[in-house]
Design a protein around this ligand. Structure first.
Ligand code: AMP
Length: 125
């Protein structure tokens, strides 16, 4: 079920539980501001999720309430994860779903990194 991104943050979501160490993840990177791990149901040969450590529902929430340090740290982490995975030369796609029409399923901001093959058109036709 897609989530309503206008609702307040609820820390029972799956990614909050991963951040608290209550659920496992296949971690690829972690720093003060971000955690990156493999998507459990990959949609491309390489599919990594990057999440901020802070409690933000979506890109909308993060861009409004996140501190400058959190936003800079998170954006740099997304770039570093892709760079360290060797994705700059072959190319990759970033995606962040926000709310109902995008079908955001988990109410903690996550940026998808897709890579590993030509990724086709941006949206399903
Ligand atoms: P979205 O539709 O943008 O909210 O994407 C949610 C993503 O989280 C999907 O690609 C799921 O496969 C992924 N996902 C759900 N549960 C887990 C989990 N426990 N570990 C890693 N990825 C997950």
């Amino acid at each position: 079920m897609p989530i309503d991104a206008t609702l307040p943050y609820d820390d029972s979501n799956i990614f909050a539980r991963i951040l608290r160490g209550e659920l496992p993840s296949k971690t690829v990177y972690e720093d003060e501001f971000a955690l990156a791990f493999h998507d459990i149901n990959p949609q491309a040969p390489l599919h990594i999720l990057v999440i901020p450590k802070g409690a933000y529902v979506s890109w909308d929430d993060f861009s409004e309430r996140g501190s400058d340090a959190e936003i800079a740290g998170f954006v740099r982490a997304v770039g570093k994860v892709a760079r360290d995975a060797g994705l700059v030369a072959p190319g990759y796609r970033l995606l962040a779903n926000v709310g109902l029409d995008s079908h955001q399923e988990i109410a903690h901001l996550h940026v998808h990194i897709f890579a590993g093959q030509p990724l086709g058109p941006m949206l399903a036709r």
